[in-house]
Design a protein around this ligand. Structure first.
Ligand SMILES: C[S@@+](CC[C@H](N)C(=O)[O-])C[C@H]1O[C@@H](n2cnc3c(N)ncnc32)[C@H](O)[C@@H]1O
Length: 279
């Protein structure tokens, strides 16, 4: 789909119903977990926090920094980052429901003064040029078919020299088997994801958006255990979707997600980019 015709409305609609199911099955998070390290996480919640940490440490945040959370979901990661790094974080998401959840969570935690949440499309965020010292985007730019538009907008609101750390699904090598390619397409359709890019394509997108590529690291094998765990949790939690889906449709959705997570050609990259310093 071209940039001109892409509408974020289906993604907004997806998260109206999927947010609660996702949070319930991902230990409160709206992203997968990082299951590696010498002291392996024991719970989905711990693994999800660790993923946030592994990504956001790449932003090199200093206390007091202004940070943008691109596609901030229910605010769990945003609030974690603000408290851990003593920074001010602004979250944007396409979902009004998520802004409400995130604002309530921030108020509950007494962090209403250090985080704020706005409904906005990441391709057009309501902030002036150079507002932020850093940005991060966990499992959110994957929804945008033309990632250049997301990276260019992030670059606009970063100060010169500012960094952005992003996670996204990536293709390690082309998929030859049609059945596997079909499984991938079905999952992308279910979750409104854009195309999955090879590393060289991804880096070209970042550069086309006017940013420098600092790092591209595939942490896919550390994230992969999440898929089977989350799928098992989902099978226990169908009641959350109510009568929006019958058992067969729901079963297919979960099987497709689990199958996607088992495709060896699919990786999960942390991509770090920097806005060039002013000349
Ligand atoms: C899988 S969730 C991840 C949420 C959060 N980053 C986290 O890790 O918990 C994807 C997020 O991207 C947001 N998103 C998707 N498309 C968007 C768009 N065009 N503009 C803003 N947010 C978008 C969704 O609303 C949702 O909050």
């Amino acid at each position: 789909m071209s940039a001109d015709t892409y509408s974020s409305e289906p993604v907004r609609e997806l998260y109206e119903w999927f947010t609660d199911l996702m949070a319930h099955t991902h230990g409160g998070h709206l992203h997968g977990g990082y299951w590696a390290g010498p002291d392996k996480p024991k719970t989905v919640t711990e693994a999800g926090d660790r993923l946030t940490d592994v990504v956001v440490e790449r932003c090199r945040l200093l206390p007091g920094a202004r940070v943008l959370d691109v596609g901030s979901g229910n605010g769990k990661a945003t609030i974690h980052v603000a408290a851990r790094h003593r920074v001010r974080v602004s979250g944007v998401t396409i979902s009004e429901y998520q802004v409400r959840l995130a604002s309530e969570l921030a108020a509950e935690r007494g962090l209403g003064g250090t985080v704020d949440f706005t409904v906005a499309d990441m391709r057009d965020v309501p902030f002036a040029d150079g507002t932020f010292d850093a940005a991060y985007a966990i499992e959110s730019v994957s929804h945008i078919p033309d990632r250049t538009l997301a990276f260019a907008e992030i670059g606009r609101v970063l100060r010169p020299g500012g960094r952005v750390a992003v996670t996204d699904f990536v293709l390690r090598r082309p998929i030859a088997d049609k059945a596997v390619a079909d499984r991938l397409s079905a999952n992308s359709a279910n979750f409104e994801n854009g195309p999955i890019l090879l590393q060289e394509e991804y880096e070209a997108v970042v550069r086309a958006a006017g940013l420098e590529v600092v790092e591209f690291t595939d942490i896919g094998e550390a994230v992969r255990p999440s898929f089977a765990i989350v799928a098992a949790n989902m099978r226990q939690a169908r009641a959350i979707v109510g009568n929006r889906m019958g058992p067969d449709e729901f079963g297919d959705l979960v099987n497709t997600l689990e199958g996607f997570g088992a495709i060896p050609e699919i990786g999960y990259a942390i991509v770090v980019a920097r806005k060039p310093a002013a000349q």
